[in-house]
Design a protein around this ligand. Sequence first.
Ligand SMILES: [Zn+2]
Length: 138
Amino acid sequence: MQLQESEGQNVDIVEKCWYCKRNLADNKYLNIEEVSRNWLEITGLPKIKHQKTRKYTSKRCKNCFYIHKKVDKIFIATFTISFLCLIIYFLEYWHSYSFEFLVLPIIFFIVFMPIAHILIEIYFAKKYNTKPKCARIG
Ligand SMILES: [Zn+2]
């Protein structure tokens, strides 16, 4: 069907999935992510007036869509379990330790969660020979 598929420049025309580069992309499963640069305003620099929001649209196939969906579900489960453990930890040690001691697990939680998310994404991307959802941004 696609006669010019073999030429490198025509890859975008046939719209292959950006993540796995094997399957044809389906517009139903586009990955649209908006990365807001609002943090620039927090710094209070007068030179930076307009807020920058970049929109990333990645062509994605059905297969990769379900892989990414699965990763999100696993992450939500991990997050929930970790959060429950944190609550139990707080209830257990509320009376016996100082406030400083209680701050440490919160810091760990904030640092650990984004790392865990990326690791889960990378693991599944490698398993299914595709790219993690986060690979498009950055
Ligand atoms: Zn794909």
